[in-house]
Design a protein around this ligand. Structure first.
Ligand code: PHE
Length: 340
């Protein structure tokens, strides 16, 4: 069989020499390297050999295959060159033609939305604070009042990088970093950034998305401040006539916790497909910073209080521009991106 292999290789290389155009090259590829090609069939026949001859033959056959593939590539390149020279000689290739101009780019819809959100919160005195995308287990969960094995960890499906490191599942770990940096000063920051969750990708959920966390820590901060801030945000982002609704909720790092809804911007609260006929759209989880979290950040919860909130970014953009599939944000399809 080794002889057969050598003969086959010689024959294939000789045949390749005679190939003069791309159809013939494709035909050559099919008949030697393709699924039913001679070399492929020979390789498959290795099972018929006595056991002790198989390794040597397998190795020789694979080496022959690599050589033939390289020869094929070289021939293909040579043919491309010949073709180009021919075009130049015949004058069908106009090398003086100007290139296709690359149009000016513009900001991605996500970036535009982020900037709008920054501007709204800047007007309310919030400054931008950035924190890492790869976080420790302790920052993402532990210090936010979720010790190992706490059942609330199930709320976030997590991509682990190692036993202790993960891709942050939310921007909330940034709260801890901001508190530890600013303590004992009052804080008013927003923490924008990408978050990751090990989730099924659908029109409504991606495994990567943006959030903009908000955090305020001070001496007399109350729930009224939180609700006012979020209502103000909703009106500036979605429109001055918007109404906001608060529902009780649960997060381990806030107490009490709330969920914030805005009346549906598409049907004005009448009920439609987008708001699932409820008239309301959920825009953020929020709450008063849990005393344990304040303490972990260095603040005495008897003296200090604070609020936090965490709206997404793609969803507001989707509502505002009637985008019905979150996957478009990461699809890199220019036909979509050019619209914004
Ligand atoms: N981090 C929460 C989430 O991703 C949202 C949240 C932020 C809730 C801040 C309360 C306070 O689901």
């Amino acid at each position: 069989m080794l002889d057969q292999l050598n003969r086959l290789e010689g024959e294939a290389l000789a045949a390749l020499e005679t190939v003069k155009e791309s159809d013939a090259l494709a035909e050559w590829d099919r008949s030697y390297l393709g699924k039913k090609g001679a070399l492929t069939l020979l390789l498959r026949a290795v099972g018929d050999l006595p056991k002790e001859e198989r390794p040597a033959f397998g190795r020789a056959a694979n080496e022959a295959k690599v050589r033939l593939e390289a020869a094929y590539e070289a021939r293909a390149e040579a043919l491309r060159r010949e073709e180009m020279v021919r075009e130049l000689e015949q004058g069908t290739l106009d090398v003086t033609l100007p290139g296709r101009p690359a149009g000016p780019g513009h900001l991605h819809i996500t970036t535009q939305t982020l900037r709008r959100i920054y501007a709204i919160f800047a007007e309310m005195g919030f400054q931008v604070y950035e924190s890492p995308e790869v976080e420790t287990d302790e920052m993402n969960f532990g210090l936010l009042n979720m010790p190992p094995h706490h059942p609330a960890r199930d709320m976030w499906d997590t991509f682990w990088v190692s036993d202790e490191a993960l891709l942050r599942t939310h921007t909330s770990p940034g709260q801890m970093r901001a508190m530890r940096e600013y303590c004992p000063e009052p804080i008013r920051v927003i923490l924008p950034g990408k978050c990751y969750r090990y989730e099924q990708i659908t029109a409504r959920s991606e495994h990567q998305f943006y959030q903009v966390e908000g955090l305020a820590v001070g001496r007399n901060i109350t729930m009224a401040d939180l609700i006012t801030t979020l209502t103000e945000f909703a009106r500036r982002y979605y429109g001055a006539e918007r109404r906001v609704r608060i529902r009780g909720s649960y997060f381990p790092f806030t107490e009490p916790s709330i969920e914030v809804d805005v009346d549906c911007i598409l049907c004005e609260g009448q009920g439609c497909r987008v708001c699932k006929y409820s008239g309301w759209l959920e825009i953020a989880g929020a709450g008063m910073v849990h005393p344990v979290v304040l303490q972990n950040g260095g603040y005495d919860p008897d003296v200090w209080s604070g609020f936090a909130f965490g709206p997404g970014v793609e969803r507001p953009a989707m509502l505002k521009h009637s985008i019905d599939d979150i996957r478009l944000f990461y699809g890199n399809d220019l036909r979509f991106l050019r619209q914004f």
